[in-house]
Design a protein around this ligand. Structure first.
Ligand code: FAD
Ligand code: DHB
Length: 394
């Protein structure tokens, strides 16, 4: 068995854990990142793609925005499509801010490269991980690598291990409260080697269900379809996916035709809203999907994970630099303000744009009325846009 010590033990090499480790390093605080998967897996897991301006600014200000600046695609508008019409929502005109399309796995690659260049330690394939002693002064994380047992002692543990993580199991029973909502559908997403037919995202409400036209580069498209929650991927050969995308995204008399190409990746994402609070317990701090999940319609998941890391980075800095625990103590309350705003926005976008089989015609008319309002009222459009590009102070 091997034993080592660090200042902050970070569980999970996703956006939250890697960003936190990077920010701690910039403050001269040592951390070790423990990740159950191998490096290639985390670097190639296709997920989100929309970065808020605040996320981009943080990546750039902290010195990892070089490739993002070169390869990321700034977007100044999105489109809302319903009842056979497409409406452009000019986000930058409405808010002065914009989003950038850059794949989550690219952010993860950039963060891993930087941590390793800075001699940071990321332990991949850390199996059977458990967290103990967060109530006392010497929390310990135990895990195995290649069958060898390891113990990592730390001042603090940061649980950044995503929706299936184990770190919150270290909190005693009765402390955490969970708020949750499930949706009666999932998203089927594809990444395709196909030049996108659009420059700006299209969020489409269609009688067959929601569809989203997004992109990754001038050669690669990213598209999503609303499907049943228990959908079997085998029932969706590529031809069926393309046929449904044509049906839901193309409009009569409009030149946009979905461009087809080889499918590079295909997967199903369940839709869930979840908040677990408090986001901290004694020496354990939880961040990202480990404590809050949003349906992807508002493109908020990764941005929230990175916003948590930013708060924790500042709070640990205040503690180590000045023995000031105010920011650490306030972490849950501060983080939850942004989290609940994003929860509402994601739920709202999801409700407005999807087909709910259980809904009565009255609810359907309400959803259409909100879409119509968002595309005709400057005030409502600005509200949507400022949430989408990311609120500065929540
Ligand atoms: P994660 O990225 O999940 O990272 C957690 C890390 O912890 C993982 O690397 C995991 O392997 C590791 N881990 C888990 N358990 C352990 C353990 N026991 N020991 C050690 N390590 C562990 N958001 C959007 O905005 N748009 C999208 O289109 C979108 N698509 C998604 C598709 C899928 C399939 C999923 C799962 C999520 C998607 N999201 C999307 C959400 C977004 O990707 C997440 O919000 C984001 O990844 C959260 O980052 P995180 O660092 O908190 O967690
Ligand atoms: C993408 C994902 C989203 O959830 C979203 O709302 C917009 C774009 C994407 O993967 O490109």
């Amino acid at each position: 068995m091997s034993t080592r010590r660090t200042q902050v033990a970070i569980i999970g090499a996703g956006p939250a854990g890697l960003m936190l480790s990077h920010l701690l390093h910039l403050h001269g605080i040592e951390s070790v990142v423990l990740e159950v998967r191998d490096r290639a897996y985390v670097e190639h897991r296709v997920r989100a793609g929309v970065l808020e301006q605040g996320t981009v600014d943080l990546l750039q200000d902290s010195g990892i925005g070089e490739r993002l600046l070169r390869e990321g695609q700034p977007h100044e508008a999105i489109n809302l499509q319903f009842q056979g019409e497409r409406h452009r929502l000019a986000m930058t005109e409405l808010t002065g801010r914009r989003i950038t399309v850059y794949g989550q796995q690219e952010v993860v690659k950039d963060l891993i490269a930087q941590r390793l260049a800075d001699d940071g330690l990321i332990v991949f394939e850390a199996d059977g991980l458990t967290v103990d002693g967060v109530d006392g002064d010497d929390p310990v994380v135990r895990y195995r690598v290649d069958g060898v047992q390891h113990e990592l002692h730390a001042d603090f543990v940061a649980g950044c291990d995503g929706s299936y993580g184990v770190s919150k199991d270290a909190v005693p029973d009765g402390v955490l409260t969970t708020y949750e909502r499930t949706y009666p559908f999932a998203w089927l997403g594809i990444l395709a080697q196909a030049a996108p037919a659009v420059h700006e995202l299209i969020y489409a409400r269609h009688e067959n269900g929601f569809a989203l036209y997004s992109l990754r580069s001038p050669q690669v498209s990213r598209l999503y379809l609303q499907v049943a929650p228990d959908e079997d991927l085998a029932q969706w050969p590529d031809e069926r996916v393309w046929a449904e995308l044509h049906t839901r995204l193309e409009l009569d008399g409009d030149p946009v035709r979905v461009t087809e190409g080889p499918v590079l990746e295909k997967g199903i994402t369940p839709m869930r809203s979840l908040v677990v609070e408090p986001m901290q317990h004694r020496r354990l701090f939880l961040a990202g999907d480990a404590v809050h999940i949003v349906p992807p319609t508002g493109a908020k998941g990764m941005n929230l994970a990175i916003a948590d890391a930013r708060l924790l980075g500042r709070a640990f800095d205040a503690w180590y630099a000045r023995s000031d625990r105010e920011l650490l103590d306030a972490y849950t309350a501060t983080a939850l303000r942004r989290v609940w705003r994003a929860q509402h926005f994601s739920w709202w976008m999801t409700s407005m744009l999807h087909r709910f089989d259980g809904h009565d015609p009255y609810e359907e008319q309400l959803a259409l009325s909100q879409l119509r309002y968002a595309t005709t009222s400057q005030a409502y459009a600005r509200s949507l846009a400022e949430n989408y590009v990311g609120l500065l102070d929540v």
